[in-house]
Each structure stands twice: as structure tokens, then as C-alpha cells.
Ligand binder design. Structure first.
Ligand code: AMP
Ligand code: ZN
Ligand code: FE
Ligand code: FE
Length: 282
């Protein structure tokens, strides 16, 4: 059984509809896929419908934008009740923050000599969860940069010349919200892209022991081989589930093809057991 537990559709910053994403997952030989759009459950119903006809399992997920000491940390929630009002309100608050910063980002870019409008950015978005990738896509459309990557490397990186901060849920609160919505909480790519210093071992231990974090994403394109080996050993020592995923974004990220990393079927089964035991949607 091949299982990919982290993918994005155009409901957030991927480029496939949920239906196309599930079809591509089946074509890539995956048996199960989790749709984990940023800060929204909007694509899950469509993905599950598409999955029925294809014999693929879809696990409903969300990738929450959280912060720890002002640094961005992503947390995956699996099997949450998509009608949980408290979680829905928090996700809506984060999405408002996503939209509200767009005028400031296009103003910065315009000052930098790259005129862009909010409408140019909205034209790139397929859903309610707006992000820097849509700003990047608008810059590509204008010919300012060749690819999303280049927009991030030159302008949009955290602290970059066109970067504008936004509201993110405090990390520990996000884990609690996922649990209260009867889901399973997994830290996404914790040691990727220079994040390791933000999430050192003692802090991961605290998340495991005090916040009952369920797992960490070990196998991910942002982790090199040595990092994966160290993180796998740490997860095992802390009793955390270790997952593996692509973080597929369609055409939006080239190093993340579907199924490039996968999750052990036993770990997937344990995630399903926990979701069912908590009353979530497995
Ligand atoms: P935001 O959601 O607005 O904070 O933007 C962050 C998102 O941009 C991440 O979740 C990634 O999906 C994407 N991203 C981050 N860095 C890059 C990059 N170098 N190239 C393409 N996409 C990126
Ligand atoms: Zn993304
Ligand atoms: Fe992420
Ligand atoms: Fe992601």
C-alpha cells in the first residue's frame, strides 16, 4: 500500500482541482492520499467524491499556519470534524490574515519597481486561502520572475523585501484545536528550510509529552537524508509517529511529485485508529 499524507489543491496554493489531484494520485500508483490544503477544509468533499470512483482512499486533512516565537511552523491535522465550529473559526481568522496582507505586499512590490495589483494576485487563486505563491504566480504572469521559486528567493522569503507578516495560530493552540476537533496532529517538515533551530529536540519532546503531538513528518523533500535519519530516530525515542509525504503542489513546486515520499502502512493504520477512537472522520 502506497500512502502520501500531504498534498495541496488549488483550493489553497496547489494547481490541480481536488478531483484532478485524486486522479493523478491514482495514476501515480497511490492507494491513499491526504488532502491538506492550507487553513481550509474546502477541497475535501470533492476529493472524497472523486476517490470513490477510483478506488483510492482520501483522508481529510488541513495544514495549519502556526507560529512559535514569531517563526512560522506548519501543523497537519488529519481526520478533524470539518464542522467543528471552534476550529472553523480559527481557520477563518487565519485566512482573513492571508487576504489582508496582500495589498501591503503588492504595494511593496510596486515600490520596488514591480507594479502589481490585488486583482492580479486574485486572478491566480482558486480558493479562499491566499498565499505568497499566488503573489509569486502573479509576478511570473507579469514576466518579473521566471518561476515561483525565483519570486520566493528574491522577494517573498520570510523577512524578504516584499514579505509581510500575517496572523498565525500559536503552535500549541493549533495542536489543541486539532485534538478538540477529534483529529490527529502531525508537525509538517519540522527540520526543513533552516527551521531546525526553531524546533530543537527539547521542544519536540515538550510537544510530544505535554501537548500530546501525535507525529512528525520525517520523509519530506525539504529534509536531506541525514536529517531524515536523525528525525526518525528522535521520533522513535519520543514515541511520535513518523510520516512520509510529497507536499505536492501540482506545477507550483517541482521537487514534490506525488508519492516521492510515502507513509508506512502501519503508521497510516495507527493514524486511522486514533482518529476513530477520538470520534473524528477516518
Ligand atoms: P504563505 O502560505 O503565504 O505563508 O506562503 C508559504 C507557502 O509558499 C508554503 O506553504 C509553500 O507552499 C510555498 N513556498 C515556500 N517557499 C517556496 C519556494 N521557494 N518556492 C515555491 N513555493 C514556496
Ligand atoms: Zn503550500
Ligand atoms: Fe508546509
Ligand atoms: Fe504543504
Amino acid at each position: 500500500m502506497r500512502i502520501d499524507l500531504h498534498t495541496h489543491s488549488l483550493v489553497s496554493d496547489g494547481t490541480d482541482t481536488p478531483t484532478h489531484l485524486v486522479r493523478k494520485a491514482a495514476a501515480a500508483g497511490l492507494d491513499a492520499v491526504a488532502l491538506t490544503d492550507h487553513d481550509t477544509f474546502d477541497g475535501i468533499a470533492e476529493a472524497k467524491l472523486a476517490a470513490e470512483a477510483l478506488g483510492v482512499e482520501v483522508l481529510g486533512g488541513v495544514e495549519m499556519s502556526t507560529q512559535l516565537g514569531g517563526k512560522s511552523v506548519h501543523v497537519l491535522g488529519y481526520g478533524c470534524d470539518p464542522h467543528d465550529q471552534v476550529l472553523l473559526e480559527e481557520l477563518a481568522r487565519v485566512r482573513v490574515g492571508r487576504s489582508d496582507r496582500v495589498p501591503a505586499m503588492v504595494a511593496r512590490l510596486t515600490e520596488l519597481g514591480l507594479p502589481l495589483s490585488v486583482d492580479d494576485v486574485l486572478a491566480q487563486a482558486g480558493g479562499a486561502s491566499l498565499g505568497r505563491p499566488h503573489v509569486a504566480d502573479a509576478m511570473v504572469a507579469k514576466g518579473y520572475v521566471a518561476r515561483r521559486d525565483e519570486a520566493f528567493e528574491r522577494y517573498l522569503y520570510e523577512g524578504g523585501p516584499a514579505y509581510v507578516d500575517r496572523y498565525c495560530t500559536p503552535l500549541s493552540a493549533a495542536i489543541d484545536l486539532i485534538h478538540e476537533a477529534r483529529g490527529v496532529a502531525v508537525l509538517a517538515h519540522p527540520w526543513g528550510r533552516g527551521r531546525r533551530e526553531d524546533l530543537p529536540e527539547p521542544y519536540l519532546a515538550e510537544l510530544a509529552n505535554e501537548y500530546r503531538l501525535d507525529g512528525v513528518e520525517v520523509d519530506h523533500p525539504d529534509h536531506d537524508d541525514a536529517t531524515r535519519a536523525e528525525l526518525r530516530a528522535l521520533a522513535s525515542a519520543l514515541g511520535l509517529l513518523a510520516t512520509g509525504s510529497s507536499d505536492y503542489h501540482g506545477l507550483g513546486k517541482t521537487r514534490n511529485p506525488l508519492g516521492v515520499f510515502t507513509t508506512d502502512p502501519d503508521v497510516y493504520a495507527e493514524i486511522g485508529r486514533r482518529i476513530r477512537a477520538r470520534g473524528g472522520v477516518a
